[in-house]
Design a protein around this ligand. Structure first.
Ligand code: F6P
Length: 540
């Protein structure tokens, strides 16, 4: 059980037409930061009596169920589509779950489109009815990582009008009146052209935590210059900011998936530390995040000695000086580096420029190895021989990539709770008649976390491009190479109580289940496959 919380009583939630009785946990002591609403603690998990979200939609339009007309006389949608796009995160099923529960309340059918935008490029449009008779299908488990409807990195090229026309015609044929894309900044870039054809909203997800703005005017700070070698024919750069950075102004404070990724990386640091300590070694741990250092920053919970982020160019001299000091003192050093870190000249240490994903993102790989080569060259073998701690620097310094384990597995409470709220809010945005909009997770000290709708265009620069959010420099202390005071203040609301007691209990009960040894793995794909329907019959 989480410190400060006692198992709770039941409340009746009147917003839900079915007035379900749901369990809650009562706060028994105040914490320094706002926590998720208590009435939701136990419900975003499989097996909960009401499937989770009966208190949602408090501010959504009131609907007359017999006529499917809201209080303003608007016909509400009868069928919407949902897809998950881009790299998976642990909280995708939770976002779908939130959308489905809200759709059930509003008596809207919801179709899951298989494998992201790939589904829409396929004339057969494989899809799954996620709520037949307004009941969520049992395969949809918000505590399970990944996405039961599959994902892909296929994306919509806004310049290909014929593709867009085909896609919207297919959606129309399927009876889809509005589309929810669960995705990141790449998906949001493709949203506008689709939104010109049918109501489209985005529910955010990404472990990188790079979908959002440090402050609302941030998109206006971008400038660009022609560069035939750059991905879109232009090189983009930032002008100095004239905004005062304030945590309360952040747009989309955290994205679902980020907290679970940090759990994995922080645990990784803790585990590597004991090896580094025992064998007097220097460990360099590479974490994901592309060009944003949020995952690296959050990994501070695992207490690495040094954190290097992509937003701050490497100061090799300072780094080696710090490594020497720490190694002399404690005979081991643990360094965390974001995969997108850059050298003094701004060159990415881990860029393999030959490899790009379909959305044009450079595949980053090898930052830790490149860093190891730099430190090895500067410390030299004699440094380690003198201490009798290995015969060479190469032997003493080792690297580990946390890799895709950051993206997978069971989402922790923070992620699944807010993913579900954001999915639910996306349905409300469609029903309210919003188009080209994003459900965002806002935070301020007075209100705690809450979800809002935000116009997608407010994320765009003046040429219409959405840039991945980079961590604000104020969150990092480049001398200490750790989170700054403000960085700590940023992390606290997300991570204090981010782990539910059931998260720990789940591991205790399932990992060493004797049945795991004899039973083969049963993939969700096997079950979902049986539910897939097609727009057109398979050709010969
Ligand atoms: O955007 C999420 C992310 O996990 C990044 O942190 C990482 O660079 C990338 O995706 C890896 O992509 P892939 O799974 O295609 O290798």
């Amino acid at each position: 059980m989480i410190a400060g919380f006692a198992a709770g009583s039941a409340v009746r939630v009147r917003e839900n037409p079915t007035e379900l009785s749901i369990p809650i946990r009562q706060a028994t002591k105040e914490s320094a930061v706002a926590r998720p609403q208590r009435c939701f603690w136990q419900r975003c998990r499989s097996g909960a009596a009401d499937n989770g979200l009966s208190c949602l939609g408090r501010h959504a339009p009131k609907v007359d169920w017999r006529t499917a007309i809201d209080a303003k006389g608007r016909a509400i949608m009868k069928r919407i589509g949902i897809l998950t796009a881009g790299g998976d995160t642990p909280a995708l099923n939770a976002a779908i779950h939130g959308a489905v529960v809200r759709a059930n309340q509003l008596r809207i059918e919801i179709y899951g489109l298989i494998k992201g935008f790939n589904c829409l490029f396929n004339p057969r449009v494989p899809h799954v009815h996620l709520n037949p008779l307004f009941q969520e299908i049992p395969e949809l488990d918000p505590t399970k990582g990944g996405t039961l409807i599959g994902s892909s990195r296929d994306y919509i090229d806004p310049t290909r009008k014929e593709d867009l026309d085909l896609i919207s015609a297919r959606l129309l044929k399927l009876g889809i009146e509005g589309l929810i894309s669960v995705g990141g900044d790449g998906t949001l870039n493709g949203l506008q052209p689709l939104a010109e054809r049918l109501p489209t909203v985005l529910a955010p997800k990404t472990i990188d935590n790079d979908l959002g703005l440090n402050y609302p005017s941030e998109p206006d700070e971008w400038i660009r210059a022609k560069d035939p070698g750059a991905p879109h024919g232009y090189r983009y750069a930032r002008t100095p900011s004239s905004a005062v950075f304030d945590l309360n102004q952040i747009v989309n404070y955290a994205t679902p998936g980020y907290a679970t990724a940090v759990l994995v990386t922080a645990q990784g640091v803790e585990r590597i530390r004991t090896t580094a300590e025992s064998h007097r070694r220097i460990a360099i741990i590479e974490v994901m995040g592309r060009h944003s250092g949020y995952i690296a920053l959050g990994t501070a919970y695992g207490q690495p000695d040094i954190i290097l982020i992509p937003e701050h160019p490497l100061d090799t001299e300072l780094l080696v000086e710090r490594v020497r000091h720490l190694y002399d003192l404690q005979k081991n050093v643990v360094i965390v580096c974001g995969e997108g870190i850059v050298d003094e000249q701004g060159v990415e240490l881990g860029a393999e420029s030959t490899s790009m994903d379909p959305a044009g993102n450079v595949a980053l790989s090898g930052a830790a190895e490149a860093l190891r080569a730099k430190i090895t060259a500067l410390l030299g073998d004699r440094y380690f021989q003198r201490y009798r701690r290995g015969s060479s620097a190469r032997e003493a310094i080792f690297t580990r990539k946390v890799g895709h384990t950051q993206r997978g597995g069971r989402p922790i409470l923070f992620d699944r709770f807010y993913a579900a709220l954001l999915g639910s809010k996306a349905v409300d945005l469609l029903v309210e008649g919003r188009n080209n909009a994003v459900s965002v997770l806002q935070y301020n000290a007075a209100k705690g976390f809450h979800v809002e709708g935000y116009d997608a265009n407010r994320f765009r620069d003046r040429w219409g491009l959405i840039h991945a959010r980079q961590m604000h420099p104020a969150l990092y202390d480049p001398l200490l190479m750790k989170p700054s005071r403000m960085g700590i203040d940023y992390l606290l609301p997300i991570f204090t109580d981010a782990i539910g007691s059931d998260d720990a209990e789940h591991m205790r009960q399932t990992l060493f289940d004797p049945g795991n040894l004899s039973e083969p793995y049963h993939s969700i794909n096997t079950d979902v496959h049986k539910r897939i329907r097609y727009l057109e019959p398979e050709g010969d």
